[in-house]
Design a binder for this molecule. Structure first.
Ligand code: ADP
Ligand code: MG
Length: 319
């Protein structure tokens, strides 16, 4: 079997799709060896994170392959961003279903090329297989931080301010818009869901000032809660202070129950902002929106619509 839509064999695929993405990095050995080799970098720690996506679970069947690839890099970049690590490289495992022809695979690789270049990433290795199931792709991403300086979830202290780096709720609204359940005239919300912007720009500010940080992938309340749990502290947070995009503000203005709507925005995932804590003296320098503070007594005290509300179990756990 052959033809323009027919993929070459595994080694041909690696050579044509993936070798250019290694961009000549010596560690990748041109993707010709059994493994990559990473020399120690004196004075730095290697920060490692992993995220996988499955067709039909993390993106709808029929999503453009470029976008699947770019979002896969971006969700991993968001984890590095929250840890104040400088993005460096990644490993990629991909399982192609029969329906993924050569043009689709090339489109996937071109998405990796676009964002790999934009974010300074080198492809260091990976694995390529076929599957009778849905398309599955997984990235292990590596970044560098000065030794001992990774910003953890566990560093929040009573009296610290709680801050968030940007609009909350666009991920959840964007998913609904992408599913056609929500009016999105200019496509802004669906765009935020399909191609988030990881906050790699915050790296130096987080290194200099943050006591703890997490990226907002599970939802603001859940991810702030993860910081509280890891730090053995509590949080007071006012959801009315969380920044909103114009589109989210317009949606909120149409909701009869403001508190419930605010809670909804803060419980949805996929925002890929950073939630962090910092001593009061550092909060201003971070330049982020203060939404609350860290308390000695454990638990979450949440205000929305001007009233104390019960955030419910959805605020704490994976769905
Ligand atoms: P193995 O013989 O151990 O199975 P492979 O044949 O899977 O090794 O891979 C050969 C080389 O190609 C390795 O350097 C591997 O890292 C690289 N490689 C395979 N698939 C990918 C991929 N999807 N992305 C990047 N590199 C890959
Ligand atoms: Mg081998």
């Amino acid at each position: 079997m052959s033809g323009p839509d027919q993929p070459p064999d595994e080694f041909g695929q690696i050579a044509r799709l993936f070798r250019p993405l290694a961009r000549g990095a010596p560690e990748a050995l041109d993707l010709l060896d059994d493994a990559a080799v990473i020399p120690q970098r004196p004075g730095f720690d290697l920060v490692v994170t992993k995220d996988a996506v499955v067709e039909g679970v993390h993106f709808p069947k029929g999503e453009r392959p470029e976008l699947i690839a770019r979002k896969l890099l971006r969700v991993n970049l968001s984890d590095l961003a929250a840890k104040a690590a400088e993005p460096w490289g990644y490993f990629l495992a991909v399982s192609w279903p029969p329906a993924a022809g050569w043009p689709a695979r090339q489109a996937f690789a071109s998405g990796l090329a676009t964002d790999g270049e934009a974010y300074g990433l080198t492809l260091l290795g990976g694995d390529t297989t076929s599957t009778p199931g849905p398309l599955t792709a997984s990235v292990t991403m590596l970044g560098w931080v000065p030794a001992g300086a990774m910003v953890r979830r566990s560093g929040a202290r009573p009296g610290d301010k709680l801050m968030v780096s940007g609009p909350i709720g666009d991920g959840w609204l964007g998913l609904r818009a992408a599913l056609g359940e929500l009016d999105d005239p200019d496509g802004y919300l669906a765009g935020r869901y399909r191609l988030p912007e990881p906050r790699v720009d915050l790296r130096q500010a987080l290194l200099d000032h943050a006591s703890a940080a997490a990226d907002v992938s599970d939802g603001l309340i859940a991810d702030a809660g993860h910081i509280a749990e890891a730090s053995g502290v509590g949080l007071r947070m006012d959801l009315d202070l969380a920044p909103l995009s114009d589109a989210a503000r317009a949606w909120l203005d149409r909701q009869p129950d403001r508190a419930a709507a605010r809670l909804r925005l803060a419980s949805g995932g996929d925002d890929y902002q950073v939630v962090c804590t910092a001593p009061a003296a550092d909060a201003h320098a971070l330049g982020l929106t203060v939404i609350g503070e860290v308390t000695a007594e454990p638990g979450l005290a949440v205000v929305a619509g001007g009233e104390r509300i019960d955030p419910g179990p959805g605020g704490w756990r994976h769905a």
